[in-house]
Write a protein that binds this ligand. Structure first.
Ligand SMILES: *[C@@H]1O[C@H](CO)[C@@H](O)[C@H](O)[C@H]1NC(C)=O
Ligand SMILES: *[C@@H]1O[C@H](CO)[C@@H](O)[C@H](O)[C@H]1NC(C)=O
Length: 580
């Protein structure tokens, strides 16, 4: 009873909160391509040295981006529409917002900004044109950048593309259709977890591009620290992928085991005009003509099992006693009607007299029949006419071309991110595209290696110190302490999430969603003035709301624990957003 009263209060308090939150919920339209700069998260006790831009000038012709002042001059978000494949007439624009801001999770250097993917489940595209196209003909190409997955990466990409320098390369029009030379970087979804290395190579014969994917690409790193990804393509036709300076994969571009498809097309292909001759025999075996009839002594009817001829009846076996008897304890039910239900028969039970020895007619146990042969089938022999499986003959591949220098790419005019992700807050920084491995290492030492020290300190200090503090309070306890505050707080949280992702919000806060549903029904009921339906509705609505604040004792321990620990996490998130 106490539960129902409390629940009604909760519903009432929520209905107050609904009016407030509905106003907030309208502000969710996303139109801006660039998100507002958000102030950095408050600092723990760890000292963060102030970020200083990389002091040395990078080699002429190299591209280096630290997202310092003036980045808006260099980077342009795309206005392109993204076409859906296979005739769908729906189009997606790249509405995902970008922002240049400091990280919020495990911060490194104070004032160190990066380019951040702001929206979940949205298409994002942004690119920066190089002052001069980068040409790596007979020269080393190094691509290096930092990725920081502030919200992890459940499903999405964090790779970059080096865009082909061509007349129609316009940043506003950058899309998935834009020609690129190399795609490099982390990607994760479901069972996929890899650092892509894809080269788009144009056939001089057909003029078509083909994507050459690295086989056995290394795994990405999924923590929330900054990780440094480096790709090196050398003029000796070798490549190298480094993560945080460690070589994770290297090999040869011209080794056909490393790329799918290989850089060089096959020299021969199956002749598409070759047809299977009419008289081609591809039957491997035929029935043996010498054994066309069933042997006379083959008995198809011989049973699989027969009574064991060697078995003997045990001496104490008593065939005169029944193995089962009517249950002496059973009684005809009072409401049994012989006319309607038929004559009453007591159920049978094992005869207690047979506990120590066998009873009833004795039968020998069944054993395999040595005479059993089963159905006769005509034996088969190899077909003397058999020519083997037919396959078209190989002919020289008309599209074959030699590619002795796949490391020589077409000139690269820009760098771009064209991404879709379920995890936002991916931060990119310190992007280098140039020709010097040493320069890339030097930059890595001066940027990545410096900041990651403080990120690790942050991460370590955020770990729980000693044993868990007091177990978080159950929702019921929190509710009891201050029902109105609790309800307002819960619905505010719910709406915060609902604005971004309604499905997620309902999943995460089923009890709030159910209670809000109840509020809705309650209001309806009040409008129609029917008190009866009010009671019915709130009772019904309380049933599916598993962790709703009815007394916790009635629920399995697991659920109570789960919901209260998520409440603890919410408090954390609330604190942070309150201070922002
Ligand atoms: C980068 O730092 C490592 C480790 O301190 C050092 O061995 C390496 O020589 C440095 N590289 C450059 C190019 O300065
Ligand atoms: C309201 O509830 C929330 C969460 O239970 C709590 O963090 C907050 O301190 C409460 N506020 C007041 C004024 O009690």
């Amino acid at each position: 009873m106490r539960g129902i009263t409390a629940y009604s209060l909760y519903v009432l308090a929520l209905s107050l909160a609904v009016q407030q939150s509905a106003v907030v919920a309208q502000e969710l339209e996303i139109e801006e391509t660039f998100a507002e700069d958000e102030p950095a998260a408050p600092q723990a006790a760890i000292a963060h040295p102030v970020f200083e831009p990389y002091a040395e000038k990078v080699s002429p012709g190299a591209f280096f981006e630290q997202f310092t002042d003036g980045w808006r001059e260099r980077w342009k978000a795309s206005n392109a529409k993204k076409e859906t494949p296979a005739g769908g007439d729906e189009e997606f624009s790249y509405i995902g917002r970008w922002s240049v801001e400091e990280p919020k999770v495990y911060r490194g250097l104070s004032g160190d900004k990066g380019l951040v993917v702001k929206d979940k489940a949205a298409h994002h595209a942004i690119s920066a044109k190089f002052a001069e196209p980068i040409d790596n003909t007979d020269n080393t190409l190094v691509v290096q950048y930092e990725v920081k997955l502030q919200n992890g990466l459940d499903c999405g990409g964090a790779y970059l593309k080096l865009l082909t320098d061509e007349a129609n390369l316009h940043e506003e029009e950058f899309s998935d259709k834009t020609s690129y030379q190399i795609m490099f970087g982390p990607d994760r979804c479901g069972s996929t977890n890899k650092v892509h290395f894809i080269v788009r190579r144009k056939s001089p014969i057909t003029g078509e591009y083909e994507e050459k994917h690295l086989i056995g690409a290394p795994h990405m790193i999924t923590d929330k620290l900054t990780n440094l990804y480096t790709l090196i393509v050398k003029p000796d036709q070798t490549y190298e992928i480094r993560i945080n300076g460690d070589i994770k994969k290297y090999g040869s571009l011209i080794d056909s085991q490393d790329f799918d498809p290989a850089f060089e097309p096959p020299t021969t292909i199956p002749d598409p005009d070759d047809v299977k001759p009419e008289d081609w025999v591809d039957l491997e075996t035929i029935p043996d003509p010498d054994q066309a009839v069933k042997p006379e002594d083959w008995d198809e009817d011989a049973p699989l099992l027969i009574p064991d001829p060697d078995a003997v009846k045990p001496d104490d076996w008593d065939e005169s006693i029944e193995e089962y008897i009517p249950d002496p304890e059973a009684e005809k039910p009072d409401d049994w009607d012989d006319e309607e239900d038929g004559e009453w028969i007591a159920p049978v039970v094992p005869n207690p007299e047979c506990e120590d020895h066998g009873c009833g007619p004795w039968e020998a146990p069944l054993v395999d029949n040595p005479e059993y042969k089963g159905k006769w089938v005509q034996p088969k022999i190899p077909n003397p006419e058999y020519k083997g499986p037919w396959a078209p003959r190989d002919i020289p591949n008309p599209d074959y071309y030699e590619d002795k220098t796949p490391s020589n790419l077409e000139p690269i005019g820009a760098i771009g991110f064209e991404l879709w992700t379920m995890s936002n807050e991916i931060l990119f920084d310190n992007i280098y595209v140039g020709h010097s491995i040493e320069e890339a290492e030097k930059i890595g030492n001066a940027t990545y290696s410096e900041k990651v020290i403080y990120e690790i300190k942050e991460e370590e200090s955020s770990r729980p110190k000693v044993a868990e503090p007091d177990a978080p309070k159950s929702m019921w306890e929190l509710f009891k302490a201050d029902p109105i505050n609790y309800s307002l707080y819960q619905s505010e949280l719910f709406f915060t999430f609902f604005k971004r992702d309604p499905v997620f919000a309902v999943k995460q806060y089923p009890e709030t969603a159910a209670a809000l549903g109840a509020v809705f029904v309650t209001i309806l009921a009040l409008v129609f003035g029917s008190i009866l339906s009010l009671v019915g509705a709130s009772k019904k609505a309380s049933a599916p709301a598993t962790p709703a604040p009815t007394p916790a004792a009635a629920k399995p321990a697991e659920e109570v624990e789960g919901s209260s620990s998520s409440a603890a996490g919410e408090t954390e998130a609330k604190k942070r957003s309150a201070k922002n």
